[in-house]
Design a protein around this ligand. Structure first.
Ligand SMILES: Nc1ncnc2c1ncn2[C@@H]1O[C@H](COP(=O)(O)OP(=O)(O)O)[C@@H](O)[C@H]1O
Ligand SMILES: [Mg+2]
Length: 609
């Protein structure tokens, strides 16, 4: 059913195909095991301590029925026949002591496992976040934000549930089942035999439950994943949704997904509803059998009443752990699926790897010369750039023009190493970008795009993003240089004013100016502007024109623009078509002969009148 759903909403669900293929079974795969053990390794001593505590707890909790047996067989007879308080007193004291030990070991165990659990989660969340940041743009293009969110929230939570509750339940239940079984056999093998008659029935029921709950669990995960993905995507694109009146359709889709999720959940609830009472019914039948056989054995003088009473009390303790183990199994499955996905992400390698320390070139001062040597590139297997040879001397201002889809943005992305070429090389001052550490490269090469991303912080913080250590004065100077100072002062709060979520309180042009100020502050040797002025109106663009001259002075600049006003300040124009450089020269020269650039220029000039 869920696979149907997944194919029906393929646009949404194909991204989350992992949900369908994620193995959910009783074993952890190699990489999940490696992740888990690397998370637990620092806590081995604490875990050994926790094990000792739980053993102590188990022993103390086993004392209860034994004390009851003592009280019935010795304490009460001594009291009623000889008025001797001592045996009963000792028994009561034993119970109190056992209670105290139980309480303190319980406290210790809960405290230790809780601390270890939280430490592990802290470590895991940090690792996942760091790794996501480190992974290349190519990864983030295919990994939806809904998936990133569920890695950091529900997956981490599933592991948390396992560590905080699951392990405790497992340790306690396994230990209890073993000790109780031992005690039952020791106190009366015949009665124990009666109990073990029920064992195969419980085993069959447990097997059925496990098999069905794997299926049910998988169905709930798949359906909830679809609910989340649809939720995140339709609210993430709320502007488009509302603009195109897509709400009713989205609502229908959501209602169907939501209903499928409810159905899947109901199925797993039904399983629990059958399993719990089933185990209890078998327990009660066993209890009746034990009572009957036990009474006969008391009559024949084989065992005392006290032994029978203790036996029944122990028997009751046999059931709870069996029920708890099935609960553990549910937690385990959730955590296993989460571990599988998290370890998958953590083993993901960046497609633009950092140079190895031995081969890294630090480039303490760069000039800003850029060279493309026979560069070919494609996204996945779709070729976009073909044999590009391009040499840009330091300090030159270059305009990249060409129709949409020609490959201009792709060239810019290769210059700033968001991708590596498939063959050939891109070099900065003669050094292959692949051997320049990322933070060094980011200091020298900065790319400003049309969608300048602002964070929901103050204006000053957003500008300071260009160089985190900058003083207020430097921030102000950068804003002044690009012509943003005026409008910033007119905002209530000035530089301290919040820009709102993603800069929503600013106009597109103002956001653009902020990102120019950011770039000015970063002061890179190579600055790439990809359609960076596209969201400005003509008068603002004129204003920005002046800002641009300041911004581009004394550095290598690559400008990609459709409006050719911006191109007029360039020393050199490069026309890109279909992934190739087709024209290259100073603007006056290209305009002086019949060239593609002249056509583009003509078309643009016509559009102005
Ligand atoms: N992230 C991407 N994944 C796959 N293909 C892409 C991606 N970005 C761009 N392309 C493709 O590469 C080609 C060049 O795109 P681009 O460099 O953005 O062109 P331009 O900036 O000149 O308009 C286009 O055919 C586009 O479909
Ligand atoms: Mg582009």
């Amino acid at each position: 059913m869920s696979v149907d759903l997944a194919t029906r909403w393929r646009g949404v669900a194909a991204e989350d195909a992992e949900v369908i293929t994620a193995p959910v079974n009783a074993m952890l795969r190699g990489r999940s095991r490696r992740l888990l053990s690397s998370l637990m390794r620092p806590h081995v001593r604490a875990l050994l301590g926790a094990t000792a505590l739980i053993v102590g707890f188990d022993i103390a909790s086993m004392a209860g029925p034994l004390m009851v047996q003592q009280a019935i067989d010795r304490g009460i007879p001594a009291l009623t026949r000889h008025h001797d308080y001592w045996p009963l007193g000792l028994t009561v004291l034993g119970l109190v002591l056992a209670g105290a030990v139980q309480a303190s070991t319980d406290y210790g165990f809960t405290y230790v496992t809780g601390r270890v659990g939280q430490d592990v989660l802290l470590d895991l969340r940090q690792r996942v976040f760091d790794h996501f940041q480190y992974l290349s743009i190519a990864f983030h293009e295919r990994y939806t934000s809904g998936r990133v969110t569920s890695r950091l929230t529900s997956d981490v939570e599933a592991i948390s549930d396992l560590l905080m509750d699951g392990l405790q339940v497992l340790a306690w239940a396994a230990l209890t089942i073993l000790t109780v079984a031992g005690i039952l056999v020791w106190s009366d093998p015949v009665l124990a035999g009666v109990v073990f008659v029920a064992a195969p029935f419980v085993a069959v029921l447990a097997r059925w439950f496990r098999r069905e709950s794997v299926k049910a669990y998988r169905a709930t995960r798949e359906t909830i994943a679809l609910v989340i993905v649809h939720f995140v995507e339709s609210l993430g694109g709320i502007r488009a949704v509302q603009a195109f009146r897509r709400e009713p359709r989205n609502q229908e889709i959501f209602a169907a997904l939501n209903d499928a999720y409810r159905g899947a959940t109901q199925r797993s609830i039904r399983l629990v509803a059958v399993f719990g009472p089933g185990v209890k019914a078998m327990g009660n039948a066993t209890l009746a059998g034990v009572l009957l056989v036990g009474a006969i054995r008391v009559e024949h003088g084989r065992i005392t009443v006290g032994v029978l009473a203790a036996f029944i009390l122990y028997l009751r303790r046999f059931l709870d752990p069996i029920l708890d183990l099935s609960q553990f199994y549910t937690l385990f499955q959730a955590a296993a699926a989460a571990l599988e996905k998290l370890s998958g992400v953590l083993e993901e390698e960046p497609t633009v790897p950092e140079p190895t320390p031995g081969s890294a070139t630090l480039l303490t001062s760069a000039q800003g010369r850029l060279d493309f040597d026979d560069v070919t590139f494609g996204y996945r297997d779709h070729p976009v750039l073909h044999h590009i040879d391009l040499h840009i001397p330091a300090g030159q201002t270059v305009a990249l023009v060409g129709e949409t889809g020609a490959g201009k943005t792709t060239l810019a992305r290769l210059m700033s190493r968001f991708y590596d070429p498939t063959s050939g090389s891109v070099r900065l001052d003669g050094t292959d970008l692949r051997s320049i550490p990322r933070d060094v490269l980011r200091r020298h090469v900065v790319m400003v795009t049309q969608e300048s991303f602002l964070f929901s912080r103050s204006v000053a913080d957003n500008i300071r993003f260009g160089r985190p250590g900058a003083t207020d004065e430097e921030v102000r100077r950068a804003a002044t240089a690009v012509g943003a100072h005026q409008f910033i002062l007119s905002m209530p709060g000035g530089y301290a004013a919040s820009v709102g979520k993603r800069g929503s309180r600013l106009s597109a042009g103002q956001r653009q100016l902020i990102s120019f100020a950011r770039a000015f502050l970063a002061d890179p040797e190579v600055l790439i502007l990809d359609e960076a002025t596209a969201s400005l109106d003509i008068p603002s663009e004129r204003l920005v024109q002046r800002a641009l001259l300041t911004l581009l002075r004394d550095r290598t600049a690559v400008i990609i623009a459709h409006r050719l006003t911006t191109v007029e300040i360039a020393d050199r124009v490069i026309v890109v078509s279909d992934g190739r450089v087709v024209e290259d020269g100073p603007p006056p020269e290209l305009l002086s002969r019949p060239s593609r650039y002249r056509q583009l220029h003509q078309a643009w000039a016509d559009s102005l009148v």
